[in-house]
Design a protein around this ligand. Structure first.
Ligand SMILES: [Zn+2]
Length: 442
């Protein structure tokens, strides 16, 4: 699901975080200042509010929409929010501040996991450097050696037909698993392997076992001419594979009203994004929607039945929600009547809600398609469903900017519509007797 490999920044130092929190304070004041006159003008057009004045003022739909839009902008402005990078420290500080301003106790829950990282890998031949992609589970290394073309697809016989001892081998992708080509290359004495894509562009490959030599993927456009040249000429190549596992520290933002230790409902969405994408729809949209619901519930009884979580590490494999579920314990999870997850809700008009059948049956929402949970397990609700918690997944479907640098814009009205749909079903959810679980709780 990665769009590219580039060098990633290191985790920021505490002084950096302090400067950051200071700068966010200024930013927050700026936003509040902008929103104020608009609040008042909207207020003037509304019927007499039933709720106390300041609450109603804060919660008019237009104001909620503007604030959700500002939240998305603030997150997108940080650039790609890749787990374990300074952008995530900034994003988590922003969310903490917003939840606290809304009256919640908000904290960071940290967790760690191991992640493959390509810090920039390439091959240089005769003064020309071609950027490639390190395969997952490659060895790191920088060998300089003869470049030898291997015929066909790189089975054992193919390697026997080329003398790759002490050389960097270059072979086409296809037919055999990557790991087998690598094993054959290493067995034949190669000190590195280049795999040339058999279709346009490059690929992100994973080896099924650790490689003993560095392995680099090249696009067909760059690799095929090099492969053909190495069949005609004697070439020397310098291979640089700068990659390996890194321990990532993730940061979930967890918010609840003071004293609320056992919620009946947990609302969540991930706030990390993939490398190269600022993640407006995936998933600043869901993050802002959950925050918007929190703002609306902070002074209501429902607010005392609910926890809110912005998950980190989703794009690397649902790490944040898994860590939350593991830390929560069986008693906490058993008390949950539902976990509502919001992912990619800022683009496409139709709202798709899927979930545990018992829960999907309970909720009636106009203008939304409600379906049992199918194969849509690629987001954080899956971690809760696996622990026996009934789940609902709010989603608006695939869109062209998914995981791309162009994922920069959402329609804020869709966020407020999503939030209102969830708010409508919360009273039904909380008053229901059944916890709806399948019985296979942890
Ligand atoms: Zn997502």
């Amino acid at each position: 699901m990665k769009t590219s490999h580039t060098t990633q920044g290191a985790i920021g130092s505490p002084p950096f975080l302090k400067r950051l929190i200071a700068s966010l304070g200024v930013l927050s004041l700026g936003l509040a200042g902008c929103a104020q006159p608009r609040d008042l003008s909207v207020q003037a057009q509304q019927p007499v509010p039933v709720q106390p004045q300041p609450q109603a003022e804060r919660n008019s739909l237009a104001t909620l929409r503007d604030r959700a839009s500002a939240d998305v902008d603030a997150l997108v402005k940080l650039g790609p929010r890749v787990a374990g990078t300074p952008a995530m420290e900034q994003a988590s500080a922003y969310l903490l501040e917003e939840y606290r301003k809304a009256g919640y106790v908000a904290d960071i829950q940290t967790f760690t996991y191991s992640k493959f990282e390509d810090r920039g890998s390439s091959v240089s031949v005769g003064g020309t450097t071609l950027q490639g992609r390190a395969l997952r589970r490659t060895a790191a290394g920088t060998p300089t050696a003869r470049l030898v073309a291997v015929p066909n697809v790189g089975d054992r016989d193919d390697f026997a037909a080329a003398n790759v001892k002490g050389a960097i081998a270059i072979v086409r992708r296809g037919t055999l698993p990557f790991a087998e080509k690598v094993r054959n290359a290493a067995a034949a004495g190669a000190v590195g392997l280049l795999i040339v894509n058999n279709e346009s562009g490059n690929f992100s490959g994973t080896l099924t076992q650790d490689a003993s030599i560095p392995v680099l993927a090249l696009s067909r456009e760059q690799g095929q001419p090099l492969l053909e040249r190495s069949q005609r000429e004697r070439l020397t190549a310098k291979l640089t594979v700068n990659a390996g596992q890194r321990t990532v520290t993730g940061r979930n933002v967890v918010a609840h009203l003071p004293g609320v230790t056992q919620p009946q409902v947990l609302l969540g969405g991930h706030y990390d994004s993939v490398l190269g994408s600022p993640g407006a729809n995936d998933n600043a949209s869901g993050t802002a929607t959950v925050l918007s619901i929190a703002r609306q519930l902070s002074t209501t009884p429902l607010g005392r039945q609910t926890w809110f979580v912005a998950f980190d590490g989703e794009e690397d494999g649902l790490h944040g929600s898994k860590a939350f579920v593991n830390a929560a314990g069986p008693q906490f999870l058993k008390g949950l009547k539902g976990m509502l997850n919001f992912d990619m809700v800022g683009v496409n008009n139709s709202l798709l809600i899927s979930g545990t059948p018992s829960l999907a049956k309970q909720v009636q929402i106009e203008n939304a398609k409600i379906a049992p949970l199918g194969s849509d397990y690629g987001s954080d609700h899956a971690s809760f469903a696996a622990a026996g918690v009934p789940v609902l997944f709010f989603y608006r479907g695939m869109e062209p900017n998914y995981h791309k640098p162009s994922d920069r814009q959402i329609n804020p009205t869709l966020l407020t519509e999503t939030a209102q749909a969830a708010l409508k079903m919360l009273p039904q959810l909380v008053s229901s007797n059944a916890t709806g679980g399948s019985g296979n709780r942890q």
